[in-house]
Design a protein around this ligand. Structure first.
Ligand SMILES: [Zn+2]
Length: 355
């Protein structure tokens, strides 16, 4: 924590899969940090006890709600379905997994720790390397990524990052359904089909809590800002600005010479542990997945990917002498002669043939 300039974690938001040891450590070294639990991890455990579409819809609606009364209404519906399910979720403090109870300091409404999944996927190539090689691989990856991000933003002329424009376009559409009514100065009452909210343009707040949570005006606030003939961009938090993005990537990772040029010391040379051949089949280096996670992935909608002769040929040549099964085209390998799909046939070692 001292290395990143934090002594007690104040101002930080940490998210985990509720690993017990990790939570104990966080409470010691960063007692003031906001701690969130990955909702997908909670769902993975929850659905093992209470499965079904009705549970799933209500489970996800509860943490996504940014107001307590909507959250409570979804929890009440879960209670009607099964009191044990309600008690299971009620034992997890909302401050750790529900948007309405999150702090607004991080300007983030994230429920899932996809950042960790991305990081784990990236470093898969380096994970089985010796520690120094592994760390050097990560250092070089971060150095290259940092340089690409910094160079990529130099010619960008917008005040805010493109993400903000996309969000504001959606917010604008939603704001068309809002009926605004001024109270006094910057205070407004906003009516929608489902609820009524109070917006304060001076305090930058709305009772739907989305504005404070994300730092981007919610549809209710947007409608008031437009009514005042002000610019919605002026009410977006500076953390989304190009200036902040540049500041994030400005400190660069310095290049390093090869290991042979490193300064030598009199300290004993670290040696790798003795290699012991363990009985049984070698373990996969992939991350251990939670129960049911694979089954969940099968239902994830993916964008239509276009598989060309070039891409498949590339895969074939990089894995010579391996048989590429038609997993790209069918969910399960059925055995036998590969089916003729999309006019392409994969053959061992020779890559792709069109026919
Ligand atoms: Zn609002």
């Amino acid at each position: 924590m001292k290395d990143i300039g934090h002594h007690d974690g104040e101002g930080l938001t940490l998210m985990s899969d509720r690993q017990k040891g990790l939570l104990d450590a966080i409470s010691v070294v960063s007692s003031k940090a906001e701690v969130r639990f990955c909702a997908r991890h909670i769902w993975a455990n929850f659905k093992n006890k209470f499965s079904g579409t009705a549970y799933k819809d209500l489970f996800w609606a509860a943490p996504r709600s940014t107001t307590k009364h909507w959250h409570d209404s979804y929890m009440a519906e879960i209670k009607e379905l099964n009191e044990d399910a309600y008690n299971y979720l009620s034992d997890i403090p909302p401050v750790h997994w529900c948007r309405h109870a999150f702090g607004s300091n991080s300007r983030s409404n994230m429920l899932l720790n996809n950042l960790c999944e991305t990081f784990n996927a990236v470093i898969r190539e380096a994970r089985d390397k010796p520690i120094i090689t592994c760390l050097d691989w990560i250092r070089r990856y971060v150095m290259r990524r940092n340089a690409e991000k910094w160079e990529g933003i130099q010619k960008y002329e917008g005040r805010f990052m493109p993400f903000v424009e996309k969000v504001l376009a959606w917010v604008y559409e939603a704001s068309l359904n809002c009926i605004v009514c001024p109270s006094r100065l910057d205070e407004w009452e906003v009516e929608t089909a489902f609820d009524r909210h109070v917006v304060d343009l001076k305090e930058l707040t709305c009772t739907c809590f989305r504005w404070e949570l994300t730092g981007i005006p919610c549809p209710h606030a947007y409608a008031c800002i437009v009514k005042k003939r002000w610019r919605p961009e002026d009410f977006v938090h500076e953390c989304y600005s190009k200036a902040k993005y540049l500041a994030t990537y400005s400190p660069h990772i310095k290049p390093m010479p090869g290991m042979k040029q490193w300064k030598k010391t009199d300290l004993p040379r670290p040696l790798p542990p003795l290699l012991r051949k363990m009985p049984g089949r070698p373990k996969s280096h992939k991350r251990k997945k939670e129960a049911g996670e694979d089954a969940e992935e099968r239902f994830v909608k993916r964008g239509k990917s276009r598989i060309t002769a070039q891409t498949v040929n590339n895969q074939a040549t990089t894995r010579e002498s391996a048989i590429i099964h038609l997993v790209l085209f069918s969910p399960r390998n059925q055995g036998g002669i590969p089916p003729r799909t999309h006019g392409l046939l994969l053959t061992e070692t020779r890559g792709l043939q069109e026919f």
